[in-house]
Design a protein around this ligand. Sequence first.
Ligand SMILES: [Zn+2]
Length: 168
Amino acid sequence: MDSIYVAQCDVGRGVFAGKDFAAWEEILRFSGPSISFADTLAKGEDAANPLQVGDDEYLDIGAPGVLVNHSCAPNAGIIEDRVLVALRPIARGEEIRYDYSTTMWEDCWTMDCLCGSARCRGVVRDFPTLPAEIQAEYLRLGVVQGYIVRRLQAAAPTSGASRAQGWS
Ligand SMILES: [Zn+2]
């Protein structure tokens, strides 16, 4: 795959743009065997690698997808639970990062963040812990995993219908 490549970055290995990407252009598609939360815990130090796509469903993703790093000010996001797209134009040679909190709601895992952005939250946590305006921004962009959107709607049934329209 020439459109992206893996290289060293300030936090280890990362995924970089091998070409210029337009906003909303597909960068990569996460794929892998479907596994459960218990399966992820059994992976030990790699427990945080699988991508959560359902209440108890994860994709056991491999490289290069698993090497995409986190940023609190990301240039990419995940749509349709597994398609990484550019959130703005990305120039060839730029590292591609998404916000891990847009995929996380399991009351289990946190990560100290070294992303260095002005918006850095310091610790990466589950989606509901994000400041309300950041949650709203990601929901407006449509880059929040579907199971998280469904849980939020279930928690706010009276306004769920109208808000769901705004998210599409
Ligand atoms: Zn950060």
